[in-house]
Write a protein that binds this ligand. Sequence first.
Ligand code: UDP
Length: 244
Amino acid sequence: MCEQVTILGTNVHSVSQQEALEIIAEFIASGKPHHIITANAEIVYQAYHDQTRRQIINNADLVTADGAGVVWAANYLGQPLPERVTGIDLFHAICRIAGEKQWKIYILGAKQEIIEQAVQNLQTQYPHCSIVGYHNGYFDQQEEEAILNDIKKKQPDVLLVAMGVPKQDDWIITHQKILQVPVAMGVGGCLDVISGKLKRAPQWMQKMSLEWLYRLILQPSRIGRMMALPKFMLAVHQMRKKKR
Ligand code: UDP
């Protein structure tokens, strides 16, 4: 496939968003199951200390650089990436082209009122996109059986799982063997944004790599999780020193 860069032991594919979409189209055409992860600094830093998480990412079929921290690290380590390829941008891009490509989408995750509103907004924005099913991300084992049966019955081409990291990727890995969905991708808090409950940072902040700051202002409770960013940067700096 495409080239990879290694950041603290985690492999990230060197792709633009357009290339990622072409790879997704190939995955779907193959009919075989694939797992996509959009990695940010927090995920890569967690994987640095946790071999299981690292293996999960390194075994994924496509890993894109979701966060500005990952793009910065690749650059700093002398292996520049073309651009950020975020889960939310991929989510929108998939829905935008799904009608023309005749892809069927299934969405799993978030609270009931959030997913309902998100699906409604997606159907308004992308009227040709076929969302064949959806379910909230809070279910017990019995409900899970019903969800799995529903997904198997509807045979989507793309399964978007928005249950946060690492839950969503563990869920995909556990069930991909029986589901056999060509593209299963973890999309974190995307439904909160698509539903309108949470705002995405303005363009100028995204361009200045300050999306994390905007998120912190909106959700100050994320401060603990966000402390991974400076720790990640320090670890990358030390890795570069060791390499020289
Ligand atoms: N969520 C879910 N089921 C769970 C836990 C979380 O569906 O058991 C949803 C939650 O409602 C939210 C998303 O997962 O919509 C997590 O968002 P977050 O911003 O934390 O994602 P991350 O930053 O981990 O990608």
